[in-house]
Structure formats: C-alpha cells, structure tokens
Unconditional design. Structure first.
Length: 386
C-alpha cells in the first residue's frame, strides 16, 4: 500500500513534501519514498501522522461519564468519585468501557497507559486491538499498608498472566497520588520492581503541595471524610514532588500526570534525580475539574518530554488526543502543530516504552496512521489506518 498526503508528520517532524509511505499488509512501514514511484499512490488531502498514544487514561471509570459536574475542584471531585463509582450495575460498567474503548480507537489512539484499580479492563486488553501498559494503582495512606499493597499485587498478577501474540501488554504497580500513598507504601512499590515504569497523579491541585508544606488545607478534609488517620504524617516543608522523589529509586522511568501546579524548581529536581522523567498533560480534565491549565510554556522551556493523556470520562467529555491538542493550541496559539503532534505520538510512545513499535513513521514500525483534515482551522480525524 502506498500513501501520501498534503503533509506527513513522522512523530517528530514534518517530512519533505511529496514523501510517500509504503505499508505492508500488517501495517508495517516498509519504506519511505521521495520520488520514482510508478505504482498507484493513495493521496489524502490533509495530514498523515502516526497513531496517537494516550499516556494516561482510566477506562474502568467510563461508566461515570457526566456523573460529576464540572469545575468542582479536585478534592470535591475525588469525594464524588469515591462515593459514586459503584452506583452502576456490572452490565452498565462493561457496556460503558467497551463503548469508550471503541470511541478511543476511532479517535486514532493505538496505545494507552491505562490506570487500573481493578482487573476490569482485562476484557479490553484481550481484544488485541491496542497496545496497553496497565498502571495498577496502589492506594494506602497508612503506616502499615501491606494489605493495600497485597491487593494491588493481586491485580498486577491478573494482568501479568494475560500474555498473547500481537499487541504489547505490560503492567506495573504505581502510586496513585502523594496524598493517598504513605512513605511506607511508596517504599513497597519501589522495591517491587526497581526498573518498572511508574506514573503518579502529580500536583493536580494546590492543596496537595499545601499538605506537604504545612499539613493544612483541603487534603485534611479529604482524608478525614474517608476515615484516614494521618496523625503519623509529618509535613516536609517542601512540595509534594520534592518530598516523595526522595523515597524512590532513580532507576524508574517516571511519568508525572497533570502537573497543574508544578513549578520550575520541581521540574529541575525531578530531572536531576531521575534518569527518565516524562510530563503528561491532560488539559481537558484540568479544565473539567480545576478549570485551569498547567503553565505549558514554562514546561516547554524546562523539558522536551511532554506527552498527552485524556484522564477518564468522569472528568472529560471524550477520549481524544486530538481534542487535547486542540485545547492546548487554543490556549497557547504560539505552540506549533509540529510540536503538539510530537507530544501526542512519539513522546507518548517513549513514556510507555513502546517507541520500538508505535509513535513514529519509520521503517520497521507499525505505528497506525491517522489522517487529519483542516489541521489549522478545525482539526478533524477523517481516516484511521491501523
């Protein structure tokens, strides 16, 4: 199969005008041509880019679409998630996550970093239609978190047992957030596999840093509302990220999620301590919950490892990486599409350690291809080629 388009983005940069992609029957890129092709070439008006990588998603929460109003702030949002996530039948949950999964495929996503508090999404992974890294979250703000860690370990092993030919299926045990994981639980997670990819909901609200700095603010209310005794916790006087990174091995590739209130000093310390640090933005979820966005221009100045996620349908209206990129473009119009597309493809593949297969249009890869029309005015996905 020979394909061309008005412009082609290879995951990092725009390719020269007139580039032709040659694909095998299974979607592997076999060659990139600049001229001399005599066979028939399928041409698309618009741009071609690699399939998108959704670095952060919660497919198991798909049944909560529209259940929580917008702009509540993170702490009230989390309280409602905790009290309403089980207000649905098993059949409703299954139907909702399968519908969301199909929609995500139609939106050009070929790989996902999926948060798992349960083993519910085993039925999506087994379809062999998308690459998965399942981030099994451990939660337990307690001095003795072994029981909570054992539960996460059981979920991890359920995913680990699901191996098959075709799509990448991987998993790791990760901390949920600094306000829901104690130092003791961080230690258990760290020692489980010191090479594993970790992700964490990082500085999604101002109250998170306030808690680590002074042990005051809305996080106290959250912990009290769910019956957590935090009397053991002593504030560090530093931001959350500057505190918990001291409890983890630098051998982990690390994906920081949201980063709504992350500052330059936080980024500098993270990138000094860690060998690999990726900064995942979920702008539509940030708007939905906190009605604000991270300081993206500052992040761009400090790092080149920004990637993109959608969060869940409890905090978003769709699972579309293109929609996330549009939101960034609208807020920061000086951000070039060449850069935005890199965040949504290649950088996400790097963060999930799947760049050997997806994230780029290069010989030997099976990236999946997305055709986007009207990129500069009203971007719409017109064709998805897997």
């Amino acid at each position: 199969m020979l394909l061309s388009a008005t412009r082609i983005h290879d995951g990092k940069h725009w390719l020269p005008e007139g580039t032709i992609i040659e694909l095998s029957d299974n979607g592997t890129v076999t060659a990139l041509h600049n001229a001399g092709i005599k066979e028939e070439v399928k041409h698309y008006d618009g741009i071609i880019c690699p399939g998108f990588v959704n670095t952060h998603c919660h497919l198991e929460l798909s049944h909560m679409k529209g259940a929580i109003p917008e702009h509540t702030g993170l702490v009230p949002f989390l309280k409602q998630v905790a009290t309403t996530r089980n207000d649905h039948t098993e059949e409703q949950k299954i139907e909702a996550r399968h519908t969301a999964f199909k929609a995500m495929q139609a939106n050009g996503v070929v790989a996902v970093g999926d948060i798992a508090n349960t083993s519910d999404t085993l039925d999506l992974r087994v379809q062999n239609k998308m690459h998965f890294h399942s981030f099994v979250e451990a939660l337990g703000f307690t001095e003795t978190p072994q029981r909570q860690f054992d539960y996460a370990t059981a979920v991890y092993h359920a995913f680990d047992a699901q191996q098959q030919e075709g799509k990448i299926l991987r998993q790791s045990i990760v901390p949920h957030a600094p306000y829901s994981v104690s130092q003791q639980l961080f230690s258990l997670i760290d020692k489980f596999d010191e090479q594993s990819v970790l992700s964490i909901h990082n500085q999604e609200c101002h109250a998170e840093d306030e808690y680590y700095l002074t042990k005051k603010g809305a996080i106290n209310e959250l912990l009290e509302s769910i019956g957590i005794d935090d009397s053991f916790f002593i504030p560090s006087g530093k931001t959350s990220i500057q505190t918990y990174l001291q409890w983890l091995s630098a051998t982990h590739p690390f994906v920081f999620i949201h980063n709504t209130y992350t500052n330059r000093a936080d980024i500098d310390i993270a990138q000094t301590l860690l060998k690999k640090a990726y900064w995942c933005l979920c702008p539509n979820a940030n708007k939905y919950i906190e009605n604000t966005l991270p300081d993206i221009p500052m992040l761009m100045e400090e790092c080149d490892t920004i990637c993109i996620g959608t969060d869940s349908l409890s905090s978003n209206h769709q699972l579309s990486i293109l929609a996330e990129l549009q939101t960034i473009k609208e807020r920061y119009p000086e951000t070039e599409w060449e850069t935005l597309l890199r965040w949504g493809t290649y950088n996400g593949a790097l963060a999930l350690q799947m760049d050997e297969v997806v994230g780029g249009i290069a010989v030997g890869k099976q990236p999946g291809l997305v055709v986007i029309k009207d990129l500069e005015t009203n971007p719409q996905i017109s064709v998805v080629i897997v």
